[in-house]
Design a protein around this ligand. Structure first.
Ligand code: SF4
Length: 535
């Protein structure tokens, strides 16, 4: 990037820059990979300070003095002390691809000196409001000597609580004890699948459930919170594997945190190649052709594609609720033939209970029963699920979902189209044979978006849904609504204000725009997305 920036600054031709493919007219210059940087201490520290010389170009607007911070929490300072993973062998992980790609280009696993890391953290403490430090190293705990030196300085010179990743099998207890003594507050570990068959045979991971449980018990004794990363939507998980995941979750000592991620198909990983060979995904479902890793970073049950996935994702969600559900109830649910046939009802019932708990902020032993969760992850912002539902809305919604079986499931994702318009992507999953679907897209604006300064616009658009699952990109170019899939483009018809469209089967897709806070209201779902209001 520096070489590219220098070429631009000096007006030199953009050519011969290693690690870049450069398109000039019709020719494509494919430059090879550059050597890995062996001494990471030569790199400058990231600069998060809010100075006058910083600008952020965001949705076509220039924001001065942006508040750039960790994507997870504004008072958490993100830092990496190493690059690469000591294992780099898990079949779904990008490290397994990068390590092979960089063979012969230098040592893949590298680490900064302790002194360099401490210097950066001292700078951060001076310039930012740091409450917690988050070490994003793939495995922070891999080098005992480094950790000893780090612990010797961290507490006296930085002294902030911190979070890091560890490996449940290959992290020595004395390393964890040292870290616990100098501020370790939370440790993340990758479980990925609670089924040892899937973990070892499909994902090529070197750990057992026994390792995970022993690690968890040790951390519990040290009073350190453990956060488990678990991958969902894995087509290789069968009935027995799903049960094993639940059994593992029920064994883990509480309290804990769980991140459910939806399996992303990164190109060239062994798992992606295998899934294409086995017909589970098409090549077009790899991450380079979709934005699933951004838009469905955390698993959202409504994103499930099959009844089986929805059922098991719901059971997983129920099992990790802070409000502890009796094991007998979970086992009964696992065996329920009714909920296997109608997992949507299970999803709806649990969603209603969770929303009620959120709404009334019910507590258990002085702690909120439901933790406010990050549900959306987009570029530089994370937006939390709002708790602005009123009880009656929640109950009405739950009842509605019990009685009305939705035939079209839509998932909405914000989309930046680079043209300054408002864009979103809709993934439509339908379960009946009818070819076309009429959509109503509703935009209500508090800004001067509409011609008379306030208003409500409704477009009707008819889309041919030839396959059970279709992705459409919508772009609002008021008063036009454009919808495209590949080379096909359709235009929405603006329905005059006051006209109540009620012809045929209508499926409501809407979103609300209010100043500085953009909300998608889709079906019964409210997914907020912070965005600058446009006029
Ligand atoms: S999943 Fe974790 S342990 Fe496995 S290669 Fe990736 S970073 Fe390393």
């Amino acid at each position: 990037m520096l070489e590219l920036a220098r070429c631009v600054r000096d007006g030199k031709p953009l050519t011969g820059i290693e690690s870049m493919w450069i398109k000039q007219g019709e020719t494509l210059e494919k430059n090879g990979l550059r050597e890995l940087i062996s001494d990471l201490d030569v790199l400058p520290f990231p600069d998060f300070a809010r100075n006058d010389n910083k600008f952020l170009v965001h949705f076509g607007r220039m924001i001065e003095r942006p508040n750039i911070h960790s994507a997870y929490a504004c008072r958490t300072y993100p830092i990496m002390t190493s690059r690469g993973c000591p294992f780099s062998s898990c079949d779904f992980c990008c490290n397994s691809v990068f390590k092979k790609r960089y063979e012969g280009k230098g040592t893949y696993l590298r680490r900064r000196s302790v002194d360099n890391v401490i210097q950066e953290l001292r700078q951060a403490a001076r310039e930012c409001n740091v409450h917690t430090v988050r070490f994003w190293d793939d495995i922070f705990t891999f080098d005992e000597d480094w950790i000893s030196e780090f612990c010797g300085r961290y507490q006296s010179e930085i002294g902030k609580p911190f979070i890091c990743y560890a490996h449940p099998r290959y992290t020595k207890r004395k390393v964890l004890e040292k870290l616990a003594g100098c501020g370790l507050e939370e440790v993340n570990i990758g479980v990925q699948s609670g089924s040892e068959r899937v973990s070892q045979e499909i994902m090529n991971r070197r750990q057992s459930n026994r390792d995970i449980v022993q690690f968890a018990r040790f951390m519990k004794r040290k009073r350190i919170l453990v956060c488990y990363d678990i991958i969902t939507d894995n087509p290789y998980e069968e009935e027995d594997d799903h049960r094993k995941v639940i059994e593992l979750l029920m064994q883990l000592p509480r309290p804990f945190r769980v991140n459910f991620f939806s399996l992303c198909w990164f190109p060239q990983t062994e798992l992606t190649k295998r899934a294409i060979r086995d017909g589970f995904i098409s090549p077009a479902e790899q991450e380079q052709y979709t934005a699933k890793a951004v838009n469905n970073f955390f698993m959202h049950p409504a994103y499930s594609r099959s009844r089986k996935d929805l059922f098991w994702n719901c059971i997983r969600g129920i099992t990790v609720l802070r409000l502890r559900i009796p094991k007998g109830v979970i086992k009964w649910l696992m065996g329920s033939v009714f909920f296997r046939r109608r997992p949507d009802l299970l999803h709806s019932a649990v969603g209603t209970i969770v929303r009620l708990l959120e709404t009334y902020k019910w507590q258990w032993r002085g702690r909120p029963v439901i933790r406010k969760m990050c549900c959306y992850f987009m570029r530089d912002q994370v937006v939390c699920v709002p708790i602005d539902y009123y009880g009656f809305v929640v109950i009405a919604r739950g009842l509605w979902e019990f009685w009305v079986h939705q035939k079209v499931e839509c998932n909405l994702f914000p989309l930046e189209n680079g043209t300054g318009g408002l864009g979103f992507q809709v993934r439509v999953i339908k379960d009946w044979e009818q070819e076309d679907v009429d959509f109503l897209v509703s935009l209500s604006a508090c800004d001067s978006f509409d011609s008379d300064g306030k208003g409500f616009s409704v477009w009707k658009i008819c889309l041919p849904l030839k396959s059970p699952r279709t992705d459409w990109c919508f772009e609002v170019r008021y008063p036009e609504l454009r919808c495209s899939r590949g080379n096909e483009t359709y235009f929405g018809r603006l329905i005059h204000k006051g006209e109540q469209p009620c012809e045929g089967k209508m499926h409501f897709v809407g979103f609300q725009l209010s100043s500085g806070n953009f909300r998608f209201l889709m079906g019964q779902q409210l997914l907020p997305y912070r965005m600058e209001a446009k006029s």
